[in-house]
Design a binder for this molecule. Sequence first.
Ligand SMILES: [Mn+2]
Length: 318
Amino acid sequence: METKGSKTLVTAKVNPDLDGVSCTLAYADLLKQEGTEINGVITGSPQSEVRYFIEKHNISIPTRPDENSTDWNKFILVDASSMKGMPKVVIPDRVVEIIDHRTGEPEREFPNARIQNEIIGAAATIIVERFIKVGKKINPDYAMLLYGAIYHNTLNFIATNTTGRDRKAVRYLETNYNLNEGVIREMFDFATREVEADVKTALEDDAKEFGEGWKIGAYQLVVWGSEIFSDKKLIEESVRNLKDKMGADWSFVNIIDLEARNSHIYSESDDGGEIISEALGAEFRNGWITLPAILRKQIMPKVNEVTDNENERFRSKA
Ligand SMILES: [Mn+2]
């Protein structure tokens, strides 16, 4: 129902990554340019790659704590299409639009939303395309965030979710906003140094992005040319502690090394390790699996397939 003075909030998941942050700010700005009364606000604390742009490029990012509010009565979700990990303020029936890039059925949870959900590298690509379509100018700060987001979500274009549309959006931003890959290397370096300075906090920040209460604690770190692997015991201990803290049944971590273009996977439980081993068709050596770079969002469907089959086997025995 349209009410006079109704206000809309554009938002992403709590503790969002750069894709969620860039889409929130840029899309709110686009709608504002088109005359809608709107706020783009981040909930919680942004991820390390976002902090690079705050600290090194002085880009200001409005944030609020995860608490209820009556300031908004309509919601637009970007880089998100489920209530899992959503800010408390979001009311599913009042979500009017969704822009995302993952497998799912958002129309079930959000019956009143106009949905654009396409399996591409970054939600930021869709936002860039929206600007191009209506011929509006992107705020240069937000153009830089969108540019970083496409590289970050596609892992510097090595992830298999990358499409020609992502490359086209990046080229458009380079041509029109004087951007180049130098900023990308700096962004990944900054995030890598943060991981190295405090592996435990980095793991926890990533886990927070996904929220508590998951049966499987699936953690992920992204580094570029890092010394982090020289202390695997510290990583193993951190994963075990975090599993207990987050209340997961079992946990694993996927550490993606962008320089070597591979993934290092550790599971803290033997049973969990067997599931991962079967899901990925690879053996653990000294507690770790090394594979060509793979994303958590690509690992999880394979893990779920194995656990579903296990349950099937159990049921047929009972
Ligand atoms: Mn994304």
